[in-house]
Write a protein that binds this ligand. Structure first.
Ligand SMILES: Cc1cc2nc3c(=O)[nH]c(=O)nc-3n(C[C@H](O)[C@H](O)[C@H](O)COP(=O)(O)OP(=O)(O)OC[C@H]3O[C@@H](n4cnc5c(N)ncnc54)[C@H](O)[C@@H]3O)c2cc1C
Length: 429
C-alpha cells in the first residue's frame, strides 16, 4: 500500500479505548511512558451498563492508583445468594478463601428453590457502572491521550515499525502496537489468530434505577436452571444491574431480535416462579437500558499455541481472551493484562544497554506474552465449562448441580479471582 501525505510518529499506539485500552494507557502513564489511544467511536463507549469486579481486578486497580476512587462509587458485595429453581434447600457460607462450612437454610427469594447463601468475607467484589470506570480512567490520563473517531483499517510492517492506517486516511508509524480492540479485533486477525467462536449463547443485560432506593442487600443474586441463568446485583443504593444468559436455539429465540420489549418479556417468562421483587427488577427497567449480546470466546488452543505477541505487536483484553461471561472475569482480567503489560514494557525500556527502543519494546511484549498466556487459557476454558454446567437442562448435570451448588457457582469465581497480577514498581528502580 502506497502511503501518501504526512505520517505521524508515535512510540506506542493502543488500538481501542475500552477498558483494556484505557487501563493500559494509564499503566504506562504511571511509569512515565507516553502512548496514544486510537478509538473508533466518536466518544467514550460503554456497552453493557455495569460489571461485577472481583478481588483480582481491585488489586490491579490499586496498582493503577484508582482502586479507592472506584470503591467510592460502588457497594461492597457481601455475599452471593444462588438459587437452583425448584428442589433441595441447602446453603453454605465462607469467611475466607479456604473455609467452606455447610449448613441448611431456607431460600429468601423464592422458597421453592434450592438456595445457597455465601458470605464473601475478605474476598472483594463490587458491581460498578462501566461509565464510572471509563470516565475515571479518561480523567486520570493526560489530555489528548485518546483520539476518537479513529478507526484502524489496516496494519503494515515497515522495517522495524508498524504503519497503522485509519479509515479517514491518517497514517501513524509506531514502534509498538497494542491491540485492545475487543472481541472482533483486527489486530488479532493481523497477527494470525483465528476468529472467536460463537458459544451458541446470548445474554440480555439491563440496568434499573430505583429513585427511592432498591432495598436489596449488597449481594450477588443468581438463579440457575431451565436453560437460563439470571443474576443481579446492586451497584449503589439506587441502581441494580441484571443479566440473563441463555441458549437462543433452545427457546427458538430470534437472535437478531433488537426489540427491548421482547427481550424483557423473554426474561420475565423464564423467571416467572421467582419472588415479585425479583420480577420487578426486570419489569421496571427502562427500554433504553436493556441490550442483547451474542457470546463468543477464543479457542483456548489458539491462546496456547497462537501468536499473541508478534514483532512488537500484541493483543490484550477481549482481543486476546474473549470469554463467556460466566465468571465475570473479562474486564477484570483485561485490567490485569494492562498492569502486567505496562510493567513488562517499563522493565524492558529501563534496561541499561545500547539496544534501540523498538528492540526493548519487543522484548517487553515477549515477557508479557509469557506471563499472560497460561492465565488467559485457564480463564477462557474455565468460563466456558462453568457456563455449560450452570445453564444446562441435562437431568444428570442438573441433579449434581443441585447437590453441589457451591462447586458450580461460587468456587470457580473464588478460584479465578484469587490472583495477584503484581504492582507497577520496576525492579530496576
Ligand atoms: C453479557 C456480558 C457480561 C459481562 N460481564 C462482565 C462482568 O461482570 N465482569 C467482567 O469483568 N467482565 C464482564 N464482561 C466482559 C467485559 O465486558 C469485557 O471483557 C470487556 O469489556 C473487554 O474490554 P476491552 O477493552 O478488551 O474490549 P471492548 O470493551 O470491546 O473495547 C474495545 C474498544 O476498541 C474499539 N475498537 C474496535 N475496533 C477498533 C478499530 N478497528 N479501531 C479503533 N478502535 C476499535 C471499540 O470501539 C471499543 O471501544 C461481560 C461481557 C458480556 C458480553
Amino acid at each position: 500500500m502506497e502511503v501518501e501525505g504526512r505520517i505521524e510518529e508515535q512510540d506506542i499506539l493502543i488500538v481501542g479505548g475500552g477498558i483494556a485500552g484505557l487501563t493500559t494507557a494509564l499503566g504506562l502513564h504511571r511509569l512515565g511512558i507516553r502512548s496514544l489511544v486510537l478509538e473508533s467511536s466518536d466518544e467514550l463507549r460503554s456497552t453493557g451498563f455495569a460489571l461485577t469486579m472481583w478481588t483480582n481486578a481491585w488489586i490491579a486497580l490499586d496498582a493503577l492508583g484508582i482502586g479507592d476512587a472506584m470503591r467510592a462509587k460502588s457497594l461492597p458485595i457481601q455475599g452471593c445468594a444462588s438459587h437452583s429453581i425448584s428442589s433441595l434447600i441447602s446453603s453454605c457460607s465462607f469467611s475466607s478463601f479456604s473455609t467452606i462450612a455447610i449448613s441448611f437454610q431456607v431460600g429468601c427469594l423464592d422458597s421453592s428453590s434450592s438456595h445457597t447463601d455465601f458470605k464473601l468475607g475478605q474476598f472483594e467484589s463490587r458491581c460498578v457502572k462501566r461509565t464510572d470506570l471509563l470516565e475515571l480512567l479518561e480523567r486520570e490520563l493526560p489530555r489528548e491521550s485518546v483520539r476518537y473517531s479513529s478507526k484502524i483499517v489496516n496494519i503494515q510492517e515497515s522495517g522495524n515499525f508498524k504503519l497503522v492506517h485509519l479509515a479517514h486516511g491518517s497514517v501513524y508509524r509506531a514502534k509498538a502496537l497494542l491491540g485492545c480492540d475487543g472481541v472482533n479485533s483486527m489486530v488479532a486477525k493481523w497477527m494470525g489468530l483465528k476468529s472467536p467462536i460463537s458459544a451458541g449463547r446470548a445474554a440480555i443485560r439491563g440496568y434499573v434505577v430505583y429513585p427511592e432506593g432498591h432495598g436489596f442487600e449488597p449481594k450477588l443474586y443468581a438463579y440457575f436452571g431451565g436453560g437460563v441463568r439470571l443474576g443481579f446485583a446492586p451497584c449503589d443504593d439506587k441502581g441494580v444491574y441484571w443479566f440473563c444468559t441463555f441458549t437462543p436455539s433452545l427457546f427458538k429465540y430470534d437472535e437478531s431480535e433488537r426489540d427491548p420489549v421482547k427481550m424483557k418479556q423473554f426474561v420475565m417468562s423464564k423467571i416467572s416462579t421467582a419472588h415479585n421483587h425479583v420480577l420487578d427488577v426486570v419489569e421496571r427497567t427502562e427500554l433504553d437500558s436493556v441490550s442483547l449480546a451474542h457470546l463468543k470466546f477464543r479457542s483456548p488452543w489458539d491462546i496456547l499455541f497462537g501468536n499473541i505477541v508478534k514483532k512488537g505487536v500484541c493483543v490484550l483484553g477481549d482481543a486476546l481472551h474473549p470469554m463467556t461471561p460466566d465468571l465475570g472475569q473479562g474486564a477484570c482480567s483485561a485490567i490485569e493484562d494492562s498492569v502486567v503489560l505496562a510493567r513488562c514494557l517499563g522493565e524492558a525500556l529501563s534496561e541499561v544497554g545500547d539496544e534501540e527502543d523498538y528492540v526493548k519494546m519487543e522484548k517487553g511484549l515477549d515477557w508479557f506474552g509469557r506471563e499472560r498466556r497460561w492465565r488467559s487459557f485457564s480463564l477462557v476454558s474455565t468460563a466456558y465449562v462453568v457456563g455449560i454446567l450452570q445453564e444446562t437442562d441435562n437431568r444428570f448435570v442438573s441433579f449434581f448441580r443441585k447437590m453441589f451448588l457451591s462447586k458450580f457457582t461460587v468456587e470457580p469465581f473464588v478460584r479465578m479471582a484469587d490472583f495477584d497480577c503484581g504492582n507497577l514498581h520496576l525492579t530496576s528502580t
